[in-house]
Design a binder for this molecule. Structure first.
Ligand code: RIB
Length: 302
């Protein structure tokens, strides 16, 4: 099988992970169990996920000129990601994500820092890397004009685009159509479809509506329920594997990385979905978004 080449344009964060028995309610003060500082960011996590599976990965993004930025880059290099296209911005801090983590769930607050300085010019200066990739992976944790430029470069070169619309932000229809594959989670899909999606039937109804409107492949990630995907051939649901979760942070990133990897390796859609669901299920069994990303052997032998 050929070694897939993947470019990720997106965020790099230092994750401040606070472990708790349960999430606090509004107005409540709770003692946490511990705090960890670990590399994260949806873009960086997806890049590491692809590299762990064996892809040649280039990361385009930005960190601040500080200790967190240096640590994040060094960690990505250890995972084999190519980092020269990560800009080091002066007078700005590296992005952070404060994550409240319980065994089953998490909630995240982001301070963009240097991620907020990614602009179309920066992306354009790495256009050749995007044009020569098999897959472009993008998310929405960097400014939208930078995401748009990356997608336009890829679309003009016929590079397959996976847009993971996280966090959910209003997007012009034309952009949604630029993506070959659109991968919201259920909450994000509720935002884009404008429906509260309170049942499986409503989810499938909204997915069909979406598909007739935009025509691209839509994959909704559904946590323990796995994923549901619609394209011109109808709906496929792949259930998640039953595992005991340690940390669900980055499960969506692991899914997107493995999906991109499988498609770039030449697999058809359905085997790619099975592969990506397996990778995401494995990723929640270890603590930390990047450390949980499985290797190709781990996914294939699972
Ligand atoms: O998807 C998980 C990621 O979201 C975390 O690593 C955090 O940095 C936030 O970007």
């Amino acid at each position: 099988m050929k070694k897939p080449s993947i470019v990720v344009v997106g965020s790099l964060n230092m994750d401040l992970v606070i472990s708790l028995d349960r999430l606090p309610v509004i107005g409540e003060t709770l003692p946490g169990k511990e705090i960890h500082y670990i590399s994260g960011g949806k873009g960086a996590n997806q890049a590491v996920g692809c590299a762990r599976l064996g892809a040649a990965v280039t990361m385009i993004g930005a960190v601040g000129d500080d200790m967190f930025g240096a640590q994040i880059i060094s960690r990505m290099e250890q995972f084999g990601v190519s980092t020269p296209a990560i800009a080091v911005k002066h007078d700005t801090s590296t992005g952070t994500a404060t994550i409240m983590h319980t065994q089953e769930d998490n909630c995240i607050v982001i301070i963009p820092g240097a991620n907020g300085l990614c602009d179309p010019e920066m992306v354009e200066s790495h256009a050749e890397a995007i044009r020569s990739a098999d897959i472009l992976l993008v998310q929405l944790e960097i400014p939208l004009p930078a995401v748009e430029r990356a997608m336009r470069i890829a679309a003009a070169a016929g590079v397959t685009i996976v847009l993971n619309p996280a966090p959910a932000l209003p997007l012009p229809d034309e952009w949604i159509q630029l993506a070959d594959i659109f991968t919201p989670n259920e909450t994000e899909f509720a935002h884009y479809s404008g429906s509260s999606i309170d049942s499986g039937e409503e989810l499938f109804r909204q997915m069909s509506k979406w598909q007739s409107r935009y025509g691209n492949t839509l994959i909704v990630t559904r946590g323990e329920a796995g994923i549901s995907c619609i394209n011109g051939d109808g709906i496929i649901t792949v259930p998640a594997r039953r595992v005991k979760p340690v940390d669900t942070t980055g499960a969506g990133d692991s899914f997107n990385a493995a999906l991109g990897f499988a498609i770039a390796s030449g697999r058809e859609l359905e085997p790619s979905l099975n592969f990506a669901v397996k990778a995401a299920s494995l990723s929640v069994m270890k603590f930390g978004a990047q450390d949980g990303m499985p290797s190709l052997d781990e996914v294939e032998s699972a």
